[in-house]
Design a protein around this ligand. Structure first.
Ligand SMILES: [Zn+2]
Length: 197
């Protein structure tokens, strides 16, 4: 770009400034991706290579972040790759999508999440319905005897799936997301009704 272009002049001003600005942020990204020479010399960057490295960098940062957050204890079991999920594009009511997204991210206010805010230990977060176990996401969807899940098991075709970890992996991926969202919302509504009465 010629030096007399307005955007070039703005860029140079930004680039030579000592304040924290877009250029400084971009410099940090370039350093992380080993493109600091290109940044220092203002040379042209291979955008395909830069894009590939940026995706790898973002995926690595995401993995570290996911593994360090207690609320993502269940999310870690089924989400291993940083890609958009099919359920965000499929036809689903706003309420159902919200409940499903909260469940996935460990922020649906089950006892294990409520207790985390109250500073309780995991063992103290007992299910308020059956009082048999900790009310985790797994307990809520697969174990709690307060819900009738025959139809859920039928529609998700769990006959050959043994462990709850395998079940949740199946429920939270691809084709089963929509039906799982339906039953999570149904169980959640039942739970609220029981607790309010
Ligand atoms: Zn229970």
């Amino acid at each position: 770009m010629e030096d007399d272009r307005v955007n070039k002049q703005i860029f140079i001003q930004d680039y030579t400034s000592n304040v924290q600005n877009w250029c400084k942020d971009f410099q940090n990204v370039c350093t992380s991706l080993e493109f600091n020479d290109a940044f220092e010399n203002l040379s042209i960057i291979d955008m395909d290579l830069f894009g590939t490295k940026l995706n790898e960098y973002a995926a690595e940062k995401w993995k570290i972040s996911v593994s360090s957050k207690p609320k993502l204890r269940t999310y870690r079991l089924f989400k291993t790759v940083l890609t958009p999920e099919p359920y965000v594009d499929c036809c689903m009511s706003r309420f159902k999508r919200s409940i499903f997204a909260k469940y996935r991210c460990g922020i649906l206010p089950l006892q294990i999440e409520v207790g985390r805010f109250r500073g309780q230990s995991v063992q103290q977060c007992v299910c308020p319905l059956c009082k048999n176990d900790v009310e985790s996401e797994i307990h809520f969807l697969f174990e709690c005897n307060s819900y009738d899940r025959n139809q859920f098991l039928h529609e998700t075709n769990f006959i050959n799936v043994q462990s709850n970890t395998d079940k949740i992996k199946q429920c939270m991926t691809g084709n089963y997301q929509k039906v799982t969202a339906k039953f999570i919302t149904q169980f959640w509504n039942e739970r609220q009704t029981i607790l309010l009465n």
